[in-house]
Design a protein around this ligand. Structure first.
Ligand code: SAM
Ligand code: SF4
Length: 452
């Protein structure tokens, strides 16, 4: 969804409202799209205050790390990066080091003991404490909370796609997941605030918006009144100039017919669904505390496909959950083979201290987790190649967002990757493309109409 090449779009928050104050910030992000959106918000705030981005830690006045602890491997990367910054902090004690993201708990003392060289730990939902830490931010009259979750450093990047968080936190308690402990309970943003943010983004050249939430389809459950995700989709769809709208991640329990019907009836809403199943066996799902059976997830996808022919579907799978037998894992492979999904994000189970499943024995050996991980990837390669071959000679609408090694890259409405060789300027444009080649990972095509 991000582009790697430059394009002359007017970026939302660059340059900032205050003149360049000569100070630089370095921002490093790991984790999900929500973290990317939070990082964009932090960058936008700093740009507004006169800071500029740098991609070198050594010349930064503020270094901000946005962390993830969903799996041990991510947490280890953050800790490694923080420890490596110890030397830079000793060399330049005036450099500010800030940690945000899911590694930040309310136990700041414990964090401070572990990372004594960090100057500020701030919870991503508490932008106020970041604001007090950066004096220039208090010079801004505007409420910084209304800044869009979008920033582009012209020197590095430009984008036609943007993420917009619509609901924070999660009310589920899946037995393996640390998110509810770090992000708290569901909090929906007011509808008008979201619509205003999308309008602002579209005014700056964004064509493609993805609404974000850990359980995005729980939107509105905590708000007064009747507004839920269908109402929000209708309101955002009405923003003039928006071409594409998606949302992720949905929880199967809340994937109502009403939401699917709203999707099918709105022009901007793409024929794409992100619906994690996590496992293809009901006993495993029960122990994961997922609150649905496999059949329910299958039924939701079948209904969505009925309403939206050509729908693409993505899911998440955890392999090697405590107690998962070979036969239970085979059920997952069978479910995936039958469902023919376009994208499967597969992760090896990683016990997270404080969660329910961390109290159970992590009894699937590492090599078995690896084998299962690879088995899912092999199956998906087969499935994706088959799906992409079925698209040969079809027409697809592609939004181009990258130019690498002499080739344009873009996404279909279903979020599949397409490359074309074309002499024209396609970045940020939508073009009709005829599919001429298929691999498991991308398709090749030729532009057939005038890009718009
Ligand atoms: N809310 C979404 C849902 O209901 O599926 C997912 C959000 S979660 C932060 C993102 C993904 O990380 C999950 O779908 C899951 O596959 C993976 N994940 C979460 N906890 C994990 C763990 N302890 N070990 C391995 N993968 C994990
Ligand atoms: Fe984690 Fe489950 Fe909430 Fe998703 S629904 S964020 S997996 S607790």
């Amino acid at each position: 969804m991000t582009s790697g090449a430059t394009i002359t779009l007017q970026p939302a928050c660059s340059p900032g409202r205050l003149p360049d104050n000569g100070k630089r910030f370095f921002l490093w992000t790991i984790g999900c799209q929500m973290n990317e959106a939070d990082s964009s918000r932090v960058a936008a705030m700093l740009m507004e205050a006169g800071y500029r981005a740098t991609n070198s830690e050594e010349e930064a006045d503020i270094v901000i790390l946005n962390s993830c602890v969903v799996r041990q491997a991510a947490e280890d990367k953050v800790a490694g990066r923080l420890n490596a910054l110890m030397r830079e902090k000793r060399r330049r004690p005036e450099m500010s080091l800030v940690l945000t993201g899911c590694m930040v708990t309310n136990q700041h003392e414990a964090l401070q003991q572990r990372f004594p060289h960090v100057d500020l730990f701030f919870d991503p939902s508490d932008f106020e404490s970041f604001k007090t830490f950066v004096p220039e931010l208090s010079d801004l009259e505007d409420d910084l909370k209304t800044l869009p979750h979008y920033y582009v450093d012209e020197a590095i990047d430009a984008r036609v796609s943007a993420y917009v968080p619509i609901i924070y936190g999660c009310n589920f308690v899946c037995s393996y997941c640390i998110v509810p402990y770090r992000r708290g309970r569901e909090r929906s943003r007011p509808l008008q605030e979201i619509v205003d943010e999308v309008r602002h983004l579209v005014g700056r050249g964004v064509r493609d918006v993805t609404l974000l939430g850990q359980t995005v389809n729980a939107y509105g459950h905590d708000l007064d009144g009747e507004i839920g995700l269908p109402g929000l989709l209708r309101a955002v769809d009405a923003v003039e100039g928006l071409d594409r709208l998606r949302f992720l991640t949905s929880h199967p329990k809340y994937m109502s017919d009403e939401i699917l019907e709203a999707m099918a009836g709105l022009n901007t809403v793409c024929e794409h669904l992100n619906l994690p199943v996590q496992a293809g066996n009901d006993d495993v799902l029960k122990r994961m505390r997922r609150t649905y059976a496999v059949e329910h997830w299958q039924n939701r996808i079948a209904r969505a496909r009925e309403l939206m022919p050509g729908l693409t579907v993505a899911t998440d799978i955890i392999v090697g959950f405590p107690g998962e037998t070979d036969a239970q894992f085979d059920d997952t492979l069978t479910v995936l083979r039958e469902a023919e999904l376009d994208k499967v994000h597969v992760a090896m189970y990683s016990p997270r201290p404080g969660t329910l499943s961390a109290r159970w024995e992590d009894d699937v050996p590492g090599e078995v987790k690896h084998e299962r991980h690879q088995a899912v990837e092999r199956l998906q390669e087969e499935v994706c190649e088959r799906l992409n071959r079925r698209r040969l000679n079809t027409g697809q609408e592609v939004l181009f967002d990258s130019f690498k090694k002499g080739r344009w890259g873009g996404r279909t409405r279903g979020n599949s990757l397409v490359h074309v060789d074309n002499a024209g300027q396609l970045l940020g444009r939508i073009a009709d493309v005829r599919i001429t080649g298929a691999t498991p990972w991308y398709m090749l095509g030729q532009v057939t109409g005038n890009p718009r």
